[in-house]
Design a protein around this ligand. Structure first.
Ligand code: ADP
Ligand code: MG
Length: 559
């Protein structure tokens, strides 16, 4: 063996470590959840690699996580016989911040401790959470397939440096926490059992604690969790806490999920879906654009294969989180195969349908939670109008808008609400689109409609104009932009006083002629308008002209 070498953490690691240990103290027991989750991931990875190379299990294929403690030495040890790490992997995974989002994450911290805790929680602090309760952490690990002498001993007090040493080690990883002076509570089988059932019961591998006798640990271990993948258990056996606990470890979210749907499908192919709707936007939604989506894990016969959000969910449902476990896909499936596979297409359609079912149910059963969904993800859902023709009507039914009949700019009005309030003779759904709420609401073009008690939907989100290009009709009613074409106001409400209007038009003729002459270069026509009640004039587009808001966007884009 060679002498231990000392290395420095990347600057960002030191920063994250400092933040984690200081801002997460009030949630300190999450370290156990994070380390168990890493051990479980390591077991998943070994099981997956062993599919192609069974020799990797070295005759020890019963994957498990053992947790033990030594009250006198004040150490807590988590040992897994999963994939382990080579020296390079330790340096890469533990000594640097490989995850691309980290820098942006650090930049997004506000300095407000409460908010930052939320952010860090959602970010998933992972391995470094050990330093919340430990003043020194030792990691002993060996990569499956490497020779027994190729183990690695890593150690750090979390202050900026770590040591590395080559040693003999069994396959897998042991994380030894040297607990801080005050953290005595974790040196108790009772406390550990309690935390495991609270946060890690759903872990699919056995988590074991030493059997206690006369208040002392024996050499024998007993399993303390269910050790079955949560989604494989019957719904009748699962409590809300079980689902929420699984959601939190799946998503690294501190908050409860808003809702979920759990289904077993058996037929021409069999699979299980467990899909969650988060209550708040997960942090990765801020980092990941549409190209790098995450959050839906594909399992095949209980073996974790890969994150397959892109293959299993359309982009407009990218806020959903969850698990799909297929009985029929081949274990050696690749991303390319997933992209173009009949079974996958069926599962994707089922995920879409179940997600829309969930949203419909939420809209009917829990107005408050549904409104939070609209506020957080409503604009993402709007993409579905363009993207998913087959479900366009269902998606449109879920959308909410501000309108001249609702309070402020909150999007609360559904198209069905609108139709329910349509006035005598009204055939279309009217909307105005503008750059902002104020511009929409104050637009002179809606005056005549307001005067006739006709509601107008106010569209002012960036995506609206694009969405409206695909949403021409809902429930048999045309959607009409009040800034375009002839509104046929005669038919609406009481129709107004036709004779008085004709007289007014006649009286205005000389003025119109003069205006047309003056503006001939700049407008196509000048007309007496029924649109206006208070404003003297407004610009109107022909029915098939691009909406003015869109014209402005095009100009900005250099067209
Ligand atoms: P994450 O789990 O989100 O990737 P962590 O900070 O928890 O982030 O872990 C960082 C990386 O360290 C993991 O991705 C994994 O590669 C490695 N790692 C951590 N714990 C273990 C373990 N028990 N066995 C093998 N690898 C591990
Ligand atoms: Mg982790």
């Amino acid at each position: 063996t060679t002498a231990p070498q000392t290395r420095k953490f990347e600057a960002e690691v030191a920063q994250v470590l400092h933040l984690v240990t200081h801002s997460l103290y009030s949630h300190k027991e999450i370290f156990l959840r994070e380390l168990i989750s890493n051990a479980s991931d390591a077991c998943d990875k070994l099981r997956f690699e062993a599919l192609a190379n069974p020799a990797l299990t070295e005759g020890d294929a019963e994957l498990r996580i053992d947790i033990s403690f030594d009250a006198e030495a004040r150490t807590l040890t988590l040992r897994d016989n999963g994939i382990g790490m080579s020296q390079d992997e330790v340096i890469e995974n533990i000594g640097t911040i490989a995850r691309s989002g980290t820098r942006k994450f650090l930049e997004s911290l506000s300095g407000d401790a409460r908010k930052d805790t939320q952010l860090i929680g959602q970010f998933g602090v992972g391995f470094y959470s050990a330093f919340i309760v430990a003043d020194k952490v030792t990691l002993i690990t060996r990569r499956a397939g490497n020779a027994p002498g190729e183990g690695v001993r890593w150690e750090s007090d979390g202050s900026g440096e770590y040591t590395l040493e080559a040693i003999e080690a069994p396959r897998g990883s042991s994380v030894i926490l040297h607990l801080k002076q005050d953290e005595t509570e974790f040196l108790s089988a009772w406390k550990l059992r309690d935390l495991i059932s609270k946060y890690s019961d759903h872990i699919a591998f056995p988590i074991r604690l030493p059997v206690q006798k006369d208040g002392k640990s024996t050499d024998e271990f007993e399993t303390v969790n269910h050790a079955a993948a949560l989604w494989t258990r019957p719904k009748s056996e699962l409590k809300d806490e079980d689902y929420q606990g699984f959601y939190k470890s799946l998503s690294h979210d501190f908050n409860d999920a808003a809702s979920w749907t759990h289904n077993r499908v058996e037929g021409s192919q069999s699979y299980t879906l467990l899909l969650y709707l988060p209550a708040k936007p997960p942090l990765d939604a801020m980092f990941n654009g549409r190209d790098e989506r995450k959050g839906l894990k594909l399992y095949i016969r209980r073996v974790f294969i890969m994150d397959a959000s892109e293959q299993l969910l359309p982009a407009y449902l990218r806020f959903m989180r969850g698990v799909v476990d297929s009985d029929d896909l081949p274990l050696n499936v690749s991303r390319e195969i997933l992209q173009d596979n009949r079974l996958v297409a069926q599962i994707r359609a089922a995920c879409t349908k179940r997600s829309l079912d969930l949203l419909e149910k939420l809209a009917n059963d829990d107005k408050e939670k549904f409104q939070a969904f609209i506020d957080n993800f409503g604009n993402v859902l709007k993409e579905g109008i363009a993207e998913d023709t087959a479900n366009r009507e269902r998606i449109a039914k879920l959308l909410r808008f501000a309108s001249t009949a609702s309070e402020g700019q909150a999007r609360t009005v559904s198209l069905d609400d609108y139709i329910g309030r349509m006035t005598v003779g009204q055939e279309a759904i009217y909307y105005i689109s503008a750059d902002g709420y104020g511009a929409a609401k104050g637009s002179p073009q809606i005056e005549a409609l307001r005067a006739r008690n006709v509601e107008v939907l106010l569209m002012f989100d960036r995506i609206d104009e694009w969405m409206l290009g695909y949403l021409h009709e809902y429930a048999g009613k045309k959607l009409r932009n009040v800034a375009k074409g002839d509104l046929e106001l005669d038919k609406l409400g009481d129709g107004g006083d036709k004779q008085a209007r004709e007289e007014a038009e006649k009286a205005a003729e000389p003025v119109l002629a003069k205006l047309k002459e003056l503006l001939s270069e700049r407008v196509r026509d000048v007309r007496v308008s029924q649109r206006l009640t208070d404003s003297p004039s407004c610009l109107v587009l022909d029915e098939y002209d691009m909406a003015s808001h869109m014209q402005r966007l095009m100009r900005e884009a250099g067209h």
